[in-house]
Design a protein around this ligand. Sequence first.
Ligand code: NOJ
Length: 749
Amino acid sequence: MTLRPLFRTLLPILLSFTAGMARAETADIERRLDALMAQMTLEEKVGQLNILSGETLATGPVTFKGDHATEIRAGRIGAMLNVVGVNSTRQYQALARQSRLKIPLLFGQDVIHGYATTFPIPLAEAASWDLPAIERSARVAATEAASAGIHWTFAPMVDIARDPRWGRVMEGAGEDPYLGSRIAAARVRGFQGRGLGELDAVMACVKHFAAYGAAVGGRDYNSVDMSERQLFETYLPPFKAAAEAGAATFMNSFNDLNGVPATGNRHLQRDILKGQWGFTGFVVSDWGSMGEMVTHGYVKDDKAAAEASILAGSDMDMESQVYGKHLAELVKEGRVPMATLDDAVRRVLRKKFELGLFDDADRFADAARERSTVGRPEFRQAAREMAAKSIVLLKSDGRTLPLSPRLKTIAFIGPMVKPARGNRGGWSVSVPGHDADRETVSQWQGLAERAKANGTRLLYAKGADMMGSDRSGFAEAVRVARQADVVVVSVGESWDWSAEAKSRSDIGLPGVQEDLVKALHATGKPLVVLLSAGRPMVFDWIADHVPNVAYTWWLGSEAGHAIADVLYGDHNPSARLPISFPRSVGQIPVYYNHFNTGRPATDGKQEEFKSGYIDSPNAPRFAFGHGLSYTSFAYAGLRLSTTRLGARDTLTVSLDVRNTGERAGDEVVQLYLRDRVASVVRPVKELKDFQRVHLAPGEVRTVSFQVDRDKLSFFNDKLQWVAEPGEFDLMVGAASDDIRLSARFELLE
Ligand code: NOJ
């Protein structure tokens, strides 16, 4: 027998053996869980459902005035957040060992885009459309965080966002349910690695359930009102994908949905998440969101908030303290069934068992592992690659970029150039023993290293602050620009202008930065503008006048290196926008997968009685999926395996993509579909698949997609997931507004 047939014979035995082991382990956990539950008092059970922030760091309004140590020893705290590093987690865990049942604490943390090694903000990573790279980023974050005693990250945020005024747009994957779903699953896989219990895995927490991203007016914490179909079609898919990828926990959200706060929303949590989707993990509330139901006007007091929350399926109370104060009493009064409480407690304890904390509460918190893990060089390298993959080349004149190594002088101008902090963005973790600013490669540092290696002189002027109206630095900036062969201007939003509670009503470049760009443009020098921000900004003048524009978001610890890699062409840009960039705030919300309406307007035409603006085109400034490369690609030879698809058939779509330029590069080939006639109207285009192909100059590759029934299905007016017979348009392109090939096929009865 050669090895391969032997392996084939042994594989099923091996698999059934490991499946058997997994079953045995699960049965063992359930037995231990039963035994523990039998010993617990009502108060101890409630304690497991209480998560409080540590004393030194807060990511929300702190209301707890008591003594953490006393509460932990009394078994009234089951989990903590904002306790960072092995030393601190060990100290708190030691207190838990002094409680009657010695139930270990869980430590959760907002590890949103890296731990000590900061990766690009999630929206920037989404722009890479590179699922393995995104998974790797989450893997690195989990490995670092787990080595520091953290068990649980409050990520990924999978809220679909069509409104860039909303500051939290930076934490998600943009506007598209398909891309968002693929990225959600990749992030969950990355965080949870080979599974809970592994020393490099943390529990994912999928948030914010649900529809938080649709807050009216883009104002954080605001209300959401939407049809059930819209909810299922656009906002829920990434949550479902994350649940299917095995996410251990979910977080609910601050908003009310159609008048019912998400935290008290039985339909969302019990019917959909734990019911239809069979989610077996636990749901944590958002910070204070149980208590806030009183302010919403949904319940009359904290006790009613606790009752509504637990009955609706919120298992753990973050920082409202309404469970700690009222849940035991509610159970005694019979208003909350013991079985409901037990179910929530079991969900939480099960995860502690799965993590192995009952065998060794400090198994993650190992100082030597923390030292040898956090900030490893290969993590920095991964952060650099991820950052380069996230930069979107929006415009290029085909001459200035990539920068020639033979340039004599470059002027690097702008308020984003020197400060390191600006590149890390919101939600960066302060890790004890690490000076994150010093460990971040500023844009100046990155470009200076590279320019020096080429013998290029790099000149600097700040030009202006990010905020304010001071133009006194313009003259110096112009003087410096005049001495250079190429001017690179780096402008943007301050790092604390996008994230939680950072909504903006005007998403233009703050301060006088646009005027600075105008002044530099007037020098006539070849100009490149870098825009760093945590959201799509409006920068119409720049988009109209500057020939080279790259969106650099907030790129993390390796920002400077990554920017230099892209500017010099060591990395050929291949990122694509995961969200539409509006021309003006007045266009918001603007998204590619809209309905046609009965009176669609033709952009560029002034037509009466059409669904357009009289003062603006409908099309966004830069469309979903847009992004350029230093090379070019041609699409040809679209082939469909059939144009008449049987109900159970799969359609194979193939095409040839050729690199027609002179550099190797990646193309992200995007497949869109449109259901032409359906029982409920369908979007003009929906992303259904994409593929990244790497092509050497002149190389041609065949790209194939499979279109099955699922890709043709949608929620009908009864919320059934159906594919209706009829005609479909199939479009393949380089962006949602750059369709290169199209065809039509029919789905038969
Ligand atoms: C509130 C935020 O909405 C949530 O995303 C975060 O995880 C918690 N605070 C904890 O910091």
